[in-house]
Design a protein around this ligand. Structure first.
Ligand SMILES: O=C(O)CCC(=O)c1ccccc1C(=O)O
Ligand SMILES: [Mg+2]
Length: 368
């Protein structure tokens, strides 16, 4: 297959409510969309999950634009690609910049699935017809605000509550949540806000029967995660630390985590995400699909990936309406009884809504 034309769009969409983590708050989601066309006029779409600012990782939408325009697009445009699995190898002379690479790779995967006339989930080897969904809840101003959100999401059927924590908003918060929701599947995500010296505080979380604690320590510190995991009974799940199959292998071997959150962009694309999934399956490590507050295109890729069999735990792939007044796909992603039904149309299974895409496009550029 060949990509003969690329349209890159910079998007800006306002979320229904601001989202706060240990690294900051934002409500305007700025991101890139990449449309890859073949000579027959079929299009595959990819979404960059890099944010406006480099707080989750070092990439931003501007570094992604630069990498795509100056390196990745020139490298791949009009080149014969025998299979989407080859894209990451073709880009191996470009170091890191995983989210930028993943944007193009995701579009190639969708284009491939459309050419074959099959859903992306099938093309990836997925077999589920429905997936379980959890929800990630940002840091709130008061306990009451958090408790009423949890109540709302439990009533909507979400299968797991993830509560963001940071120093000063942690043990007492989880105690309060457990007091009101003694049975709900519950976890905490620290986004790297703690250090090993906080170990006695982190140990206190063991009393709340959490499914896991996500990324308590620094993103580049799998050694201290291993030390911490030996001291606490709550399973550690790594997010920011895992950029590749090799990172996953090392973290598992060291005992730095018992669960892995796979994000397609963070690991450089669907092919690498599948490799990590397969490795974890072999080693008995459950995985789940993380989220980056995606619009519909990125969300659809996450949903397709989650159909692989070792995605045992509910992911952060909540409904479009949890984030957006109007999403950029048709139909929007709907969650019923905590589950998403996998679409059967070729490709990602949702059509880009060109009208809403146009409405939220800040600027666009075509490469051919
Ligand atoms: O609802 C979502 O998309 C997941 C939200 C979330 O937890 C998150 C959002 C932005 C950046 C990092 C994270 C995270 O998983 O750590
Ligand atoms: Mg996380």
């Amino acid at each position: 297959m060949k990509v003969t034309e690329v349209v890159l769009r910079q998007m800006k969409m306002r979320m229904k409510s601001p989202f706060t983590t240990s690294f900051g708050t934002f409500q305007d989601k700025e991101f890139l969309l990449l449309e890859a066309k073949d000579e027959n006029g079929l299009s595959g779409w990819g979404e960059s999950v890099a944010f406006h600012s480099p707080w989750y990782n070092e990439e931003t939408l501007k570094t992604n634009w630069h990498m795509l325009e100056d390196f990745i697009i020139p490298h791949l445009l009009n080149k014969e690609i025998s299979h989407p699995d080859d894209v990451s190898g073709m880009l191996s002379t470009i170091r890191k910049n995983n989210m930028a690479k993943s944007t193009f790779e995701g579009a190639v995967w969708e284009l491939y699935a459309k050419q074959k006339g099959i859903p992306l989930a099938k093309a990836l080897g997925g077999s589920k017809s429905q997936i379980d969904v959890g929800i990630s809840i940002g840091i709130q101003n008061t306990f009451d605000d958090l408790l009423s959100l949890i109540e709302e999401y439990v009533n909507e059927g979400y299968k797991r509550m993830k509560v963001k924590i940071k120093p000063g908003w942690d043990v007492e918060v989880m105690r309060e949540v457990r007091k009101h929701f003694p049975k709900v599947p519950l976890m905490a995500d620290a986004n790297s806000a703690y250090r090993l010296k906080d170990i006695s505080l982190l140990k206190q979380l063991d009393e709340f029967d959490l499914m896991m604690i996500e990324q308590p320590l620094a993103s580049d510190d799998i050694i201290n995660h291993a030390v911490l995991q030996r001291e606490i009974s709550t399973p550690i799940c790594l997010d920011e630390s895992i950029h590749s199959y090799e990172d996953a292998r090392k973290a598992i071997e060291l005992g730095s985590c018992k669960i892995i959150n796979i994000k397609i962009g963070r690991v450089g694309g669907l092919t690498e995400a599948k490799r990590i999934h397969d490795l974890c399956q072999e080693l008995g490590i459950p995985v789940w699909c993380g989220g980056m507050l995606e619009a519909g295109i990125g969300r659809a890729h996450n949903i397709a990936l989650t159909t692989l069999s070792n995605f045992i735990m509910p992911g952060d792939t909540a409904a479009s309406s949890r984030y957006w007044e109007k999403d950029i796909i048709e139909p929007e992603v709907v969650v019923e009884n905590g589950m998403i039904t996998i679409p059967e149309m070729p490709g990602i299974g949702y059509d880009p809504n060109l009208e809403t895409i146009k409405q939220f496009t800040v600027f666009e550029k075509t490469y051919s």
